[in-house]
Design a protein around this ligand. Structure first.
Ligand SMILES: O=C(O)CCC(=O)C(=O)O
Ligand SMILES: [Fe+2]
Length: 292
C-alpha cells in the first residue's frame, strides 16, 4: 500500500488526477478491508466534470420528461407514506421538490451506463464479486432517501449467496444536514436473518423481529452507525449483507445527488439474460419497472 502512495505522489507531479486514476487497481489491502468491514470507499474516483455531466443529463431528463414515449419510471414523494410510482412523463413539477428515486437511467442514457459500468470500477466489482458484474438495477437520488436501516437482500436477494454488491456514487457533496448515507461497519458478518419462509427476502410483518435481532447483534459487537459525508466523485461500495439506511433530512433545501447501482454476478445468469456494455461489463436485459 505504501509503495502505491509513493508512486502516486511521484506521478502526481506529472499527471492530472484523471490520468492518475488509471493507475488505481483493487489490491490485497482493499480485499482484506472489504472482508473485515463490508464496504470500500474510493475517494475522488470520478472527476468532478464527469459528475457534472451526469447532473446535467438528469436536469435535462426532468426538463424534457413530457415526451409521450418516455419510458423512465420514478418513485416520487418518498417523504409520504409508501411514496408513488409513476412514469416520469406524468410527474408534476412538485415531485422534484420532494425526495424521489429515478429508476434505471442507465437503460436510456449512455453516459450513465458508462459511469456505473466504468471499466476501472468494474475491476473493483469483479474482485469483490469474484466474477464479472451485471447490473440488476439503478436508482438516482437528488435528496436523501431517509430510508430506514435495511439490507438490500430484502428486495433483491442474489441467486448465489453474497454475490450482490452495490455502488453509491456521489454526484455532489453530501452534507450532514442533507440526510447522508448511514452504514454499520462489520454488520455483514452477522449471521443472516432468515424470514419465516427461510429466505432473505423480507416479510413486512416480521420486520420488528428483524430489527430486534440485528440491533442486538450490532450491540454485542460494538457496531455503531457511521454517516458518509461524501465529496463529488467519491464511490462507496457495500456488501450484500451490510446494514445501511439514509439519515433524516434536516434541511430540505440541501440536495445530495447520488447514483446507486445494484450488481449481481454475471456467471449466475444465462448469457441470454444479459447485454454487454463492454468486455466483462454487463446489465440485465429487461424493461423498466412496471407502473401500477
Ligand atoms: O442513499 C441512501 O440513502 C440509501 C440508498 C439505498 O439504501 C439503496 O438504494 O439501496
Ligand atoms: Fe439499500
Amino acid at each position: 500500500m505504501r509503495i502505491q502512495h509513493l508512486i502516486k505522489k511521484v506521478i502526481g507531479n506529472y499527471f492530472s488526477s484523471d490520468e492518475i486514476q488509471r493507475f488505481r487497481q483493487p489490491g490485497a489491502a482493499d480485499l482484506s478491508f472489504w472482508q473485515d468491514n463490508g464496504f470500500l470507499i474510493l475517494k475522488g474516483f470520478f472527476p468532478a466534470d464527469r459528475c457534472r455531466q451526469i447532473n446535467d443529463l438528469i436536469d435535462r431528463a426532468w426538463q424534457d420528461r413530457q415526451r409521450a414515449d418516455n419510458p423512465l419510471v420514478i418513485d416520487a414523494f418518498l417523504d409520504s407514506p409508501g411514496g408513488k410510482r409513476m412514469h416520469l412523463r406524468d410527474a408534476p413539477d412538485e415531485a422534484r421538490k420532494h425526495p424521489y428515486k429515478l429508476n434505471d437511467l442507465f437503460l436510456e442514457l449512455q453516459p450513465v451506463r458508462e459511469m456505473v459500468l466504468d471499466p476501472l470500477l468494474c475491476d473493483y466489482l469483479r474482485a469483490l464479486l469474484e466474477g464479472d458484474p451485471v447490473i440488476c438495477n439503478s436508482l438516482s437520488f437528488e435528496y436523501g432517501s431517509q430510508q430506514g436501516d435495511h439490507l438490500d437482500t430484502f428486495y433483491m436477494p442474489p441467486p448465489v449467496t453474497n454475490r450482490l454488491v452495490v455502488t453509491w456514487i456521489a454526484l455532489e457533496p453530501a452534507r450532514g444536514d442533507a440526510g447522508p448515507l448511514r452504514y454499520y461497519p462489520g454488520s455483514h458478518k452477522i449471521t443472516p436473518y432468515l424470514f419465516s419462509h427461510g429466505r432473505l427476502h423480507s416479510i413486512e410483518a416480521e420486520m420488528p423481529s428483524f430489527y430486534e435481532y440485528i440491533y442486538t447483534e450490532c450491540g454485542k459487537r460494538g457496531i455503531k452507525p457511521i454517516t458518509f459525508l461524501a465529496e463529488a466523485g467519491d464511490v462507496f461500495i457495500w456488501h450484500a449483507q451490510l446494514l445501511h439506511g439514509g439519515e433524516g433530512i434536516k434541511n430540505i433545501a440541501l440536495t445530495r445527488r447520488s447514483l446507486v447501482t445494484h450488481y449481481f454476478r454475471a456467471q449466475d445468469f444465462p448469457a441470454s439474460a444479459m447485454k454487454a456494455a463492454g468486455t466483462g461489463r454487463y446489465y440485465l436485459d429487461r424493461g423498466h419497472q412496471p407502473v401500477p
